[in-house]
Design a protein around this ligand. Structure first.
Ligand SMILES: *Cc1c(COP(=O)(O)O)cnc(C)c1O
Length: 853
């Protein structure tokens, strides 16, 4: 009938009739609006059981799922006694968990990150950095840490990846519907939506503040996409890592400066501001302003306070991972802002440069973050060392090893990444206490009591689940992109449940070297097609839209996977995300990672694999350099043999084939009469017992407290107390020293004649210096002798450092001397270093005054 009516005859208006949940089901809404459900099995099961198929279709989004519950479904659920009693129990668990939020205490942390990987249904992340931040918040919640987090709420987030028939990456940006996210507006005391603003050239940009509860942790998200902003500013929170450099600068102003304004508006003054990567480093500027305008500190005093409350975590040695802006780009955005702080523009720009005299050098957000933070850390032991070298230029007069750049090795959130089957076995075998003592290996070593049969049973279930998932995914994605039914049938049919399955999934950046495996296709074909020992390689990962090299790699692999001898053996799965990651790291037998060393700062996917009894075969880089144990996985050596990258790649790919052919594959397929590979099971037990516990998020969170948060908090308090008395004193001293430094003179020195005579073992090395100190006193300066070993033309490694003692003070002169037994033999190089000294200083390097005598 309707079809016969003329348009002009009908007047229609749209209305959305929201199904109303009966009161007894209302708690589902509460659960859906806190991402806590995602790492609690009972809650996940409960939500999924509402409609398992629809849940997957809705991208595992419970808010969307609950919104769809209509009268019929309500009725069904209300009548389902099992469901209703489970609901009651889960809500009880949740309420009990949340009740403890009010007892959060200890050092308070404000955490800043450009991305958060919390769940597949929240498009706030692109990859590892985000997933790490997400895992961290979850653990902070479980530990009831006093932590608040800040980020941006993206309308489109990072792209969703499609792959064409020919292997081209297609970038899709479906928008998120905010009404279907577990977020709520933050309201002021008068009930209005909290908005903050930041200045941009000629205008003010407004941002709405949302709250996303991560268990007990509040994540505040900024959103500029609404009417009060012009179109360009609305797009500020559209894409993660999209747009040009200017766009990025604006986003970082919003995150850093805006982020502090959010916390201030909420009355949150943290003891420690933790900058997760340099993107949010502008947060320090806003806090400088607070100290200057509200606390009446001078700029240097304010700087000391900002530093004394800040930690900066750097995440990559790859240059593209660090933001650089030209001065010209920054000027229109920040000139007035900096002027208001009372800092000369040049002085500000110098904070982002290595060499402040070099006017061509771009402003680095990482340099700014280092200058504004008392503590700096890398994300694995090796990456800590690499970062020391990388930032050595900021601290002239010191070798990289002497810098105060430390490390905390990354980790993963156990409840998020563990398979249910393993979790059940672990709790049964280890007892439940291990959950709050995750790094304690005494629990994990009990895995050795479990019969091999039981271990292999779990592995089999998980692998089957993965391969079924792969079949479904191929069916869906390949059909969509127009592959023939024949091809799809061939591939899914050839997928062998008994094969040894390798997984390789990560960002497709060229340094990750996904191509290594394909350097010798005949050898690879022979390897995957052995009928007695079938092998499958699963690949997944996104390349940044601007990274042609990464996209080329994907194309290369997709095209190889279509060649007849690789069908069903080499598979590229499109649109890597957290849900796929989970299925992969739980289901494969072995996780492969072949980065160019030492460019993988940490890597975390291999840790997820390890806790699921999945082997790692990786370059000894990042976390694996710490995690690798004999008989708990395989490694490519850490040392670099060739300076030429192509040669190194060739050698590494040879080693990869060799290790696979000679060790990994035989170990896996060496079965006993019962069909069990006992040595493989031993490997599994070993990686679970000795590796997995070291890379749990609880350990990482504790490390941050032990190595940084507490230290920063204590010094911050010391400097703040009694109206900043220590800050004022330190600053007076600093000015005095800077002023007097150049007047220091060596009047006399007596050092042994080491040019012509060797120092016999056992005989002390002696030296003394007489200095004219001008207006300084002998306590203001120190002299030390440093013995180095020369590693190469331009690398000295300090071996022994000994400070000289004050022997005599006479007016403006002082004599320093030492007597050292080096207790070693061999050839050393040594020198004497004069440095400013004050126990209120956080680090020796802080003044950037040092003189080699
Ligand atoms: C864990 C994870 C990562 C990080 O893995 P790396 O080993 O650091 O590359 C990236 N993306 C997703 C979706 C993940 O789950």
């Amino acid at each position: 009938m309707i079809g016969e009516l003329k348009d002009t005859n009908i007047k229609l208006k749209r209305i959305f009739i929201e199904p109303k949940l009966p009161a007894a089901l209302e708690p589902l809404n509460k659960l859906a609006h806190n991402i806590w459900w995602s790492w609690n099995k009972d809650a996940t099961d409960l939500i999924e059981s509402i409609d398992p198929k629809r849940f997957v279709e809705l991208n595992y989004n419970p808010v969307a799922l609950v919104k769809e519950i209509d009268a019929t479904t309500s009725q069904r659920l209300l009548e389902d006694k099992g469901f209703m009693s489970k609901l009651k129990k889960v809500v009880q668990d949740f309420d009990r968990y949340m009740d403890k939020k009010s007892s959060q205490k200890g050092t308070s942390i404000a955490y800043f990150s450009m991305e958060y990987g919390l769940h597949i249904s929240l498009k706030l992340y692109s990859g590892g950095l985000g997933v790490l931040a997400g895992d961290y918040l979850k653990e902070a919640s479980d530990e009831n840490s006093n932590l608040s987090a800040v980020g941006l709420l993206y309308r489109y987030g990072y792209f969703t990846q499609g792959i064409s028939m020919h292997g081209e990456q297609i970038n899709n940006y479906p928008p998120q519907e905010f009404t279907k996210l577990p977020i709520e507006p933050v309201r002021t005391s008068s009930g209005d939506w909290l908005k903050i603003s930041v200045n941009m050239p000629g205008r003010t940009v407004q941002a709405k503040v949302w709250k996303l509860p991560v268990g007990r942790i509040d994540l505040y998200l900024l959103d500029t996409d609404f009417d009060e902003n012009n179109w360009e500013d609305r797009t500020l929170t559209h894409h993660l890592y999209g747009g040009d450099n200017e766009h990025r600068l604006k986003q970082e102003i919003l995150l850093g400066i805006g982020g502090v304004r959010v916390l201030n508006a909420l009355g949150i003054k943290a003891d420690v501001y933790h900058c997760n990567e340099g993107h949010a480093a502008f947060n320090g500027l806003e806090r400088l302003g607070d100290y200057i305008h509200q606390e009446n500190l001078s700029y240097p005093e304010a700087l000391e306070m900002v530093r004394a409350t800040s930690l900066f975590t750097t995440h990559t040695p790859v240059p593209a991972g660090h933001d650089y802006f030209t001065e010209e780009l920054m000027r229109p955005y920040l000139y007035a802002y900096i002027a208001e702080l009372g800092i000369p523009w040049d002085q500000f720009i110098a904070l982002g440069r290595k060499d402040k005299e070099n006017h061509h050098e771009q402003f680095s957000m990482s340099h700014l973050a280092i200058r504004l933070s008392q503590e700096v850390n890398g994300v694995s032991k090796l990456h800590g060392l690499v970062s020391q070298k990388m930032f050595n230029g900021l601290f002239p007069g010191y070798t990289s090893q002497e810098l105060h750049i430390g490390y905390v090795t990354n980790s993963v959130h156990y409840p998020t990444w563990i398979a249910d089957e393993w979790h059940d076995l672990y709790t049964k075998t280890f007892g439940t206490k291990f959950l709050r003592d995750q790094a304690n290996k005494t629990y994990w070593r009990k895995i050795h009591q479990v019969p091999a049969q039981e271990i292999m049973e779990i592995r089999k279930v998980l692998k089957k689940r993965l391969l079924d998932y792969v079949r479904e995914t191929i069916q869906r994605d390949f059909t969509k992109r127009g592959e023939s039914p024949r091809t799809i049938f061939d591939i899914t049919n050839k997928l062998n449940d008994d094969a040894l399955v390798f997984g390789f999934a990560r960002r497709f950046a060229t340094y990750k070297r996904a191509h290594l495996l394909f350097s010798n296709k005949e050898r690879l074909a022979a390897l995957v097609n052995n009928p007695d020992r079938p092998v499958i390689f699963l690949f997944a990962g996104k390349a940044h839209p601007a990274d042609g090299g990464g996209q080329g790699l994907i194309r290369h692999i997709v095209n190889i996977s279509k060649e007849p001898e690789f069908q069903g053996k080499i598979i590229f799965l499109q649109n890597y995300n957290m849900e796929m990651a989970k299925t992969l790291v739980q289901g494969v037998d072995i996780w492969l990672n072949t980065p160019t060393r030492p460019q993988e700062a940490s890597g975390t996917s291999g840790m997820k694999a390890a806790m699921n009894g999945v082997m790692n075969f990786s370059v000894l880089d990042g976390w694996w350099a710490e995690g690798f144990r004999d008989n708990a996985g395989w490694a490519l050596p850490e040392e670099r043999t060739f300076a030429e990258q192509n040669m190194q790649d060739e050698l590494d790919s040879e080693s990869i084939y060799n290790i696979m052919e000679q060790s990994i594959i035989p170990t896996y397929f060496d079965r006993d009469a019962g069909g069990i590979s006992t040595s493989w099971v031993e490997y599994i037990k070993q990686i679970i017992a000795e590796v997995a516990p070291e890379f749990t998020m609880q350990r990482m969170l504790h490390d941050y407290y032990d190595r940084f948060y507490v230290k920063v908090h204590e010094r911050g308090q010391k400097l703040r107390s009694k109206q900043y008395a220590a800050t004022v004193e330190l600053n007076k001293w600093r000015e005095k020293v800077i002023h007097a430094w150049d007047a220091i003179e060596v009047l006399d020195s007596q050092v042994m004649d080491t040019d012509n005579h060797p120092l016999p073992t056992g005989k002390p090395f002696e030296a003394s210096f007489k200095l004219f100190l001008g207006s300084l006193s002998a306590e203001d300066v120190g002299i030390e002798v440093v013995f180095f070993k020369r590693k190469s033309e331009d690398e000295l490694v300090p071996q022994l450092t000994k400070e000289l003692e004050v022997k005599k003070v006479n007016g403006h002169t002082a004599t320093f001397a030492c007597k050292v037994d080096p207790q070693v033999s061999g050839v050393y190089e040594y020198g004497f270093r004069l440095f400013p000294k004050n126990e209120l200083l956080a680090h020796r390097q802080d003044l950037n005054l040092v003189q080699w005598l």
